[in-house]
Every structure is written in structure tokens, then in C-alpha cells.
Design a protein around this ligand. Structure first.
Ligand code: HEM
Length: 178
């Protein structure tokens, strides 16, 4: 009887541990709702940035499709999802853009707005912002709270996704020939 009680107790304990354990081992990617949910948030985030006069001058020369695709891949990969981010590193991507501290904050506010729209819980929101926050040093080039600053003439945007694909296709055709 005593042994049976011990076995039952151990089973209960194991079940409890595995339930709480499972909840904890879920990646942030899974808790955010996977790639579909991340894509919805990124679309909303991008729309907010493009409509925000505090930062939208910075996006004037860039391919929105590339930016959104890269952001989804970056967030998916950084949160433990199955994506590989093959875009530029943050320093190169934002080089000569003249981003200020104030503009960085404005962009983060738009991300928070998008996460709130889709009711992402506080814990997941904090975790995602915590993963992106350390990138600030590679992105901000101008100290100060000014916003709405012009995009410097020397900024060179990355090629649009279509051009990248054509270049890759051409290269692989050439490689096959050789
Ligand atoms: C933590 C904050 C940020 C993250 C995680 C982030 C992430 C990214 C990523 C993944 C790309 C794509 C790189 C590629 O095309 O290979 C990108 C590009 C870009 N980002 Fe950011 N970014 C951040 C902050 C900002 C801020 C504050 C601004 C401006 C106010 C900005 C403006 C842009 C623009 C205009 C591009 C396109 C660059 C181009 O056309 O080459 N980003 N960013």
C-alpha cells in the first residue's frame, strides 16, 4: 500500500513537472505564434514606420518587400524559429543612414504598437524587445533625441529582393555550365 502510494505520488509529481517544463521549453518563436503571426506583426510594424513622419524619410530609397522579408527572417531566427537570416548585419544595413537615438526610440514605439495590436502578452513583448535592444549600438549613428532627420545622400540601399534573386539565378546557371 505504501509502495503504491509512493508510485502514485511520483507519477503526479512527474506529470506536474513535465507540464510546467513543457511550458518553459517552448521557444519565443512558438509563443509568439510562429511565422504567420510574426509576418502579421512585421506588416503592421512596417506600415506604422512608413506612416510615421518621425522616421519615414529613412525608408525613401529602400525596397519595402526586402525589408519586411528580412525582418521576418531575423525575428524568426533570433527567437528560436526555423529561419535563417541571410540579410546584412545591422551595422552595414544602417550605414550612412544617420539614425538618431530619438529615431531609434520612435521605431521601437512602432514595434510595441504592432505587438499590442495583436495582443502579444507582456512577457513575450519584453523578451523580443530585449533581444533587439542590444542592436542599438550598431544602428544609431547620431546622438540626440532629434527625429525626422533627412536621409543622407551618401546612403546606399541594399538591392531589392528581385534583383538579388536574378543575380543568384544567373550565378548558379553560370556555375552549372563550368
Ligand atoms: C532594433 C532595431 C532595428 C532592427 C532589428 C532592424 C532590422 C533591420 C533589418 C533586418 C534590415 C534588413 C537588412 C537587409 O536588407 O539585408 C533593416 C534595414 C533597414 N532598416 Fe532597420 N532595424 C532597426 C532599426 C532601424 C531604425 C531605427 C531605422 C530608421 C529610423 C531603420 C531603418 C531601416 C532601413 C531604411 C532599412 C533598409 C536599408 C536598405 O535599403 O539597405 N532600422 N533593418
Amino acid at each position: 500500500m505504501k509502495t503504491l502510494r509512493m508510485i502514485l505520488l511520483s507519477c503526479c509529481l512527474l506529470a506536474m513537472l513535465s507540464v510546467t517544463g513543457l511550458a518553459q521549453t517552448k521557444s519565443l518563436y512558438e509563443r509568439l505564434g510562429g511565422k504567420e503571426a510574426i509576418t502579421l506583426v512585421v506588416d503592421e510594424f512596417a506600415a506604422r514606420c512608413l506612416a510615421d513622419s518621425r522616421i519615414n524619410k529613412k525608408f525613401a530609397k529602400s525596397d519595402a518587400n526586402r525589408l519586411k522579408t528580412m525582418l521576418v527572417a531575423q525575428i524568426c531566427g533570433a527567437t528560436g524559429g526555423p529561419c535563417e537570416y541571410n540579410g546584412l548585419d545591422m551595422k552595414t544595413a544602417h550605414k550612412n543612414m544617420g539614425v538618431t537615438d530619438g529615431e531609434f526610440t520612435a521605431l521601437v514605439e512602432n514595434l510595441v504598437g504592432a505587438l499590442d495590436k495583436y495582443k502579444v502578452p507582456e512577457a513575450e513583448k519584453k523578451e523580443l524587445l530585449g533581444a533587439l535592444g542590444p542592436m542599438k549600438g550598431d544602428i544609431v549613428e547620431v546622438q540626440g533625441n532629434e527625429t525626422g532627420t533627412a536621409l543622407p545622400k551618401k546612403f546606399k540601399p541594399a538591392p531589392p529582393l528581385k534583383a538579388m534573386k536574378e543575380h543568384k539565378d544567373k550565378k548558379s546557371k553560370k556555375d552549372k555550365k563550368n
